[in-house]
Design a protein around this ligand. Structure first.
Ligand code: ATP
Ligand code: MG
Length: 433
C-alpha cells in the first residue's frame, strides 16, 4: 500500500516507506512524524522525513546496515536508504529540563501517544502510519485547518521546559501566517524572561528562518508585541523601530532576502557600528554580517553628502566615492533596499530629500560609468610610482594611489599609464612646493 505524498520527493517518500515497512516487519511500531506530516497537510514542500519507532536505538542499528548513531542518548539513529537519510528516533518522553533549555533525561516508551505529547505544538504532534492513518491526539489537524499555533498541554509549562519553543511559536505563526491560540500567547508573554537561557545561535537560527519566510513583517510584529527579543542574551528594544520601514520587507526575495536584515536594522535606527556589534553577538557569519551592514555604511555616507550644498556633478562624485569605500555590492544592495522603503522617510531637509531622489534616480548609471573599482585595476603600480618620483615609500603612497583611483573612477583621468604618470607628477610637484 503506497501512501501518497504529494509534497515530498517521490524517491524520498518511497525510501522512507521502506524503512517504516522494515521496522513493521520486525514487529515494531513506526511512523512518519512531526514537520513532514504537518507540511504535507499544509501543502508545503517536505524537505526531510523523520521517523519515530518503538524499536530501541540498538534494535534500529541491528535492523539496518547503513546507519549512523547520531544521538544515541536521545534515541536517534540516522538510517540511510537509497541515498536518502532519515532520522529514526525511539518513542520517548522527556523530563527534568535543565535551565529551561534541554531535557536532562529521556525515557524510551512503547506508546506513540506519549511520544507525541513531548512535542511542542499540536501541528507538530502528528504521526502517520504506512497505511496513511494519522495519529493526532491533540487536534493538530483541526488547528492546521484553522491556522492556529497551539502548545501541546499547558503553554506556561511547555515554554518553561524549553524557552526556545516561544521563538518557534512566533516563527511558525509568521511563516505559515497562522494565529497563536490565546492561551499559548498568554503563556509566551508570561514566560518570555526565560529566553535569557537560550544560546544566541539557536535564537538566530529561528529568526533567520522567520525572516526568510513569506511574512516576515508579521513575525516582527509578534516579536514587538510580545517583547520577546528584549529578554534574549543580546537583547533588542522593540521601541526603537520605525515600523513604517518594514512594509516592503517581503518584496526583498531570492538573493536579496538577506537585505531584509539591513532593512530591519535601518528601521531600528542602528548605526553601522551598532549593527556590526549586534550581528556579532547574534552569531551571524562574517560574510552575512558584512553584507548586511554594508548597506548601513552606504546609508551613513549618502545621508551625509546629500545634506551638503552640491551640484549634480558633485553628487555623482560623492556617489562614486561612496561606491569605492563601501564596495559595489553594498552600493547596489542599498539601491535595491531604497525601492522598498517609503518616500521621504528620513528626517532630513527638503533639499536633502531632493538630492536623495536624484541619487536614487541616477546612481545605477553612475555606478555603471565607473571604469575601475579597485587600486589593483589601475594601469600603474605602487612600484612604478616610487620609481617615477624617486621617493621612499610611506603612507603618502597609499594616499596617492587612492587619489588616482578616485580620479580614474570619476573619469577625470583615463586609466592609462601615461595619464596616470602625468597626474602623479602634478600631485607630487605640488606637494613639494
Ligand atoms: P522545520 O524543520 O520546518 O524547522 P520542524 O517542525 O520539522 O520544522 P524540527 O526542528 O525539524 O522542526 O523538529 C522536528 C520535530 O521535533 C518537530 O516537528 C516537533 O515535533 C519536534 N520538536 C522540535 N523542536 C522541539 C522543541 N523545542 N520542543 C518540542 N518538540 C520539538
Ligand atoms: Mg524538520
Amino acid at each position: 500500500m503506497v501512501v501518497h505524498w504529494t509534497q515530498a520527493d517521490d524517491e524520498m517518500a518511497k525510501q522512507s516507506e521502506k524503512v517504516l515497512q522494515r521496522l513493521n516487519e520486525e514487529g515494531f511500531k513506526a511512523y512518519w512524524v512531526g514537520g513532514c506530516v504537518r507540511d504535507e497537510l499544509l501543502g508545503r514542500a517536505v524537505d526531510d522525513m523523520d521517523i519515530t519507532t518503538s524499536a530501541s536505538p540498538e534494535q534500529v542499528m541491528g535492523i539496518f546496515d547503513d546507519c549512523i548513531p547520531t544521538g544515541l542518548q536521545h534515541g536517534t539513529v540516522t538510517v540511510r536508504s537509497g541515498g536518502y537519510y532519515f532520522e529514526v528516533t525511539t518513542f520517548r518522553t522527556e523530563s527534568e529540563y535543565q535551565d529551561n533549555r534541554r531535557p536532562s533525561a529521556v525515557q524510551f516508551v512503547q506508546n506513540i501517544q506519549e511520544d507525541l505529547q513531548r512535542r511542542d505544538f499540536t501541528m507538530n504532534a502528528l504521526a502517520m502510519h504506512v497505511d496513511g492513518t494519522i495519529v493526532d491526539p491533540f487536534g493538530g489537524q483541526l488547528d492546521i485547518k484553522q491556522g492556529l499555533v497551539r502548545c501541546v498541554g499547558l503553554a506556561v509549562e511547555r515554554f518553561g521546559e524549553d524557552a526556545l519553543r516561544m521563538l518557534r511559536c512566533i516563527r511558525f505563526a509568521s511563516v505559515f501566517d497562522f494565529s497563536i491560540a490565546y492561551n499559548t500567547w498568554k503563556g509566551l508573554v508570561n514566560q518570555r524572561e526565560l529566553l535569557q537561557h537560550i544560546a544566541m545561535e539557536r535564537v538566530r537560527t529561528e529568526m533567520v528562518k522567520m525572516m526568510a519566510g513569506p511574512h516576515p513583517q508579521k513575525g516582527l510584529e509578534l516579536l514587538f508585541r510580545s517583547k520577546a527579543l528584549e529578554y534574549v542574551k543580546a537583547p533588542v528594544d522593540s521601541n526603537r523601530f520605525n515600523k513604517e520601514l518594514l512594509v516592503g520587507l517581503e518584496h526583498l526575495t531570492g538573493e536579496h532576502v538577506l537585505l531584509r536584515w539591513s532593512c530591519v536594522l535601518l528601521a531600528g535606527r542602528y548605526t553601522r557600528e551598532e549593527a556590526d556589534k549586534l550581528l556579532r553577538q547574534w552569531t551571524f557569519s562574517n560574510e552575512h554580517r558584512v553584507r548586511i551592514t554594508g548597506v548601513l555604511q552606504v546609508e551613513e555616507l549618502v545621508t551625509t553628502f546629500v545634506e551638503q550644498r552640491v551640484d549634480d556633478n558633485l553628487l555623482r562624485e560623492n556617489w562614486i566615492v561612496t561606491v569605492l569605500s563601501c564596495g559595489a555590492q553594498a552600493a547596489n544592495d542599498w539601491l535595491i533596499l531604497q525601492k522598498q522603503l517609503p518616500q521621504k522617510w528620513r528626517d532630513s531637509s527638503e533639499r536633502a530629500h531632493e538630492q536623495m531622489a536624484k541619487v536614487q534616480t541616477h546612481a545605477a548609471s553612475w555606478s555603471k560609468s565607473m571604469p575601475v573599482h579597485e587600486i589593483k585595476e589601475l594601469q600603474i603600480t605602487g612600484e612604478q610610482v616610487l620609481q617615477l618620483v624617486e621617493r621612499k615609500g610611506g603612507p603618502w603612497l597609499g594616499q596617492l594611489m587612492k587619489h588616482l583611483l578616485k580620479e580614474t573612477a570619476i573619469g577625470n583621468i583615463m586609466n592609462q599609464y601615461e595619464a596616470l604618470c602625468t597626474e602623479v607628477k602634478r600631485v607630487t610637484a605640488n606637494d613639494q612646493v
